[in-house]
Design a protein around this ligand. Structure first.
Ligand code: 5GP
Ligand code: ZN
Length: 115
């Protein structure tokens, strides 16, 4: 828990997100500014600022983020039509919240390459 971190406040319940999935290690909630019909953020409950802060000790946790995203995709009905997961790191990727998160996007056709 980092006191001034928006996503830590969601984990602690100080701010109530629109939760779609939760387990011991992971919380997932709807993005406030959705870029697709399904846009869910999947975060570790533990504060990790960026992908650059991950090491081998986080292997299980990072796997859980992806497995949770696939579960939510199935529950949301987009598993068969398809979806994208995105993780932004630092300025060039446009990371704006410095608590690691995975974007699950689906429910429409995605373009490639991404902008
Ligand atoms: P990033 O740009 O860091 O990859 O993604 C941060 C995401 O957090 C953005 O898609 C943004 O819309 C979302 N976001 C920012 N503030 C809030 C909030 O207060 N609640 C929710 N649910 N999402 C937020
Ligand atoms: Zn945090």
């Amino acid at each position: 828990m980092t006191a001034d971190c928006l996503f830590c406040k969601m984990v602690s319940g100080q701010i109530k997100p629109s939760t779609v999935y939760e387990d011991m290690d992971v919380l997932a909630f709807k993005d406030i500014n959705p870029q697709a019909p399904v846009h869910v953020l999947v975060i570790p409950k533990k504060h990790i600022a960026t992908l650059n802060d991950l090491d081998a000790s986080h292997a299980g946790l990072t796997g859980k983020l992806i497995i949770a995203a696939a579960h939510i995709a199935r529950e949301s009905g987009i598993a068969e039509s398809g979806y994208r997961i995105v993780m932004n790191c630092n300025a060039d990727a446009g990371q704006s919240v410095f608590h690691v998160h995975l974007h699950l996007l689906g429910g429409r056709v995605m373009r490639w390459p991404p902008g």
